[in-house]
Design a protein around this ligand. Sequence first.
Ligand SMILES: [Fe+2]
Length: 304
Amino acid sequence: MTPPVAPTTAADITQAVLRSFDQTPDPRTKQLLQAAVKHLHAFATEVNLTTNELIRLAEILTAAGKISDASRHEFLLMSDVMGLTMVVDYNTNLKPAGAFESSVLGPFYRADAPWIEMGGDICRQKDAGTPTFVSGRVLSTDGSPIPGAVLDIWQAADNGMYENTDASQAEFNCRGRLRAADDGSYQFWTTKPVPYPIPKDGPAGLILDGAQRHNMRAAHIHVIVEAPGYEKVISELFVAGDPYIDSDAVFGVKNSLVVQFVRHDSSEDATRYGRPGLFYTVTYDFVLVPGATRNEVKFSAGRA
Ligand SMILES: [Fe+2]
């Protein structure tokens, strides 16, 4: 019997489509396209995806595109809530024990934040939130200091919003960069981060609502630490005791990134730190791994 020319089963289709990418010149592109085909087809078969569901998926992706702009990146948000971002992080950013671990960049990073002096405040508005003093050292895995290491820090203000999505905030409010001193030490003021909701008015919200999941991120300070000759680390510091620490909407929490925010409200501490009233302190050492940065991330949001 002559074998059929045309595919007769879903598995035949998969094989035909895989072969159609055999001549893809760039090997990495070929690998990505063929793996995407393999897993997308397997997904459709596993759940017996219907045509109407496929059309609905296309509508959802179209909606994600339409709601996205310079300050809103819905596809990244969908990746975050589906845990894809953190799977990529775990696969590509494995660090030795004791080294500063990575976490999601998130969709609100803006490059070129203003430089602050040592001990300066990254928040440019007095009502940004409860003052918090963060200090520590940037060290190599052998314990030696890394002078001049750059910290790029950003976070939401007390209203749970990043300045680039909130016209009421000053430009670059709660964003700043500073360099570690010769002994690797660093100090800066910010505010105690608060848990904040990720936007639910787009497809990421559809996913969360469909699963009856909340849309809260555990409170965090974003930080990128880099120095020549060391692997750059994109990460976040989380607040111990935060109500969402075990259910962060984007799965970004790692144990080594959960830090104590120590409360201060005595007159002695006010004198010592030069800050009257309630404030918090955080101590954290960033331990970097010698070597070249792998998988350099190129992303910067705009201001709406
Ligand atoms: Fe964030």
